[in-house]
Design a protein around this ligand. Sequence first.
Ligand code: NAP
Length: 282
Amino acid sequence: MGTDSSTQRFGVFGDPIAHTKSPVMHNAAFQALGINGNYTAFHVKPADLKQAVQGIRDSGLRGVNVTIPHKLAVMEWLDVIDEGARIIGAVNTIVNDDGELKGYNTDGIGYVRSLKEECQIELTGKRIVIIGAGGAARGVAYALCRERPEHIWIANRTIERANELAQSLQPYGKLSGMGMDGLADIKNEADIVINTTSVGMHPHVADRPADPAQFNAGTIISDLIYNPLRTRWLQEAETRGCIAHGGLGMFVYQGAYAFEYWTGKPAPIDAMRTAVMDSLEL
Ligand code: NAP
């Protein structure tokens, strides 16, 4: 579909941005629903972020995704921040309503929707371990809290960050922080173990965040990484009888929520997933 003055425009801001799959995914969604929309990647350096946000208003972009390293910094330049994004402390989606810019965070809710739909699991009352305490962990932990699990343990290389994250989300659930050595103590407790670190991501595909042998067969072992689609950690977990859940669904659903905020229409999930799969160098 070509662009003209009636084309609704969208984009993603990041640095670096060359490898983003968001344009492929969203343009496929517009095409699938016959929407006259166009989604473009913008390379925005940190020093140019304020100007780029003003550019959303000036050039009438309807919606923008924000990725590394701008998810925190962008909040300063928006008019309204959704409550969830404020609690998480990061925005990945901006909606432009006639010049008023509102920020949302769809990473965590995207992850939870993917976990529930792909593993067919009810999260209420579950015991969940999150490995990592960075930006993605924050969004995932907050979204999981809303599902009322029994307990969330956060294990991180830097124990202070694990404790800090667990402490900051206390109003929303039962959480505790620990170092990576704490995994051995709770190995028989966990229903779901989620890797939110970058350990195992391309090109370091031989690395893994923990030894899956310590978790029981039947445990859901989940990884936010989707390049590769099946990390070494997931592959080993599967051979030990665990249920593997990869990160592609999170990427698709965070995009689907953004699409729904922008267009008010249910996102064409299958078309979006297929477009991303086709664009990955497998
Ligand atoms: P981040 O804020 O930089 O956090 C990185 C986390 O990984 C920290 O907890 C860090 O521990 C830990 N870590 C890094 N290297 C490590 C190592 N060698 N050993 C042990 N721990 C290590 O990054 P992020 O934004 O949260 O992203 C994390 C991952 O999630 C990335 O792989 C990213 O691609 C993925 N992600 C996927 C999606 C999706 O849609 N599927 C969306 C967002 C993010 P310390 O605190 O000790 O440094």
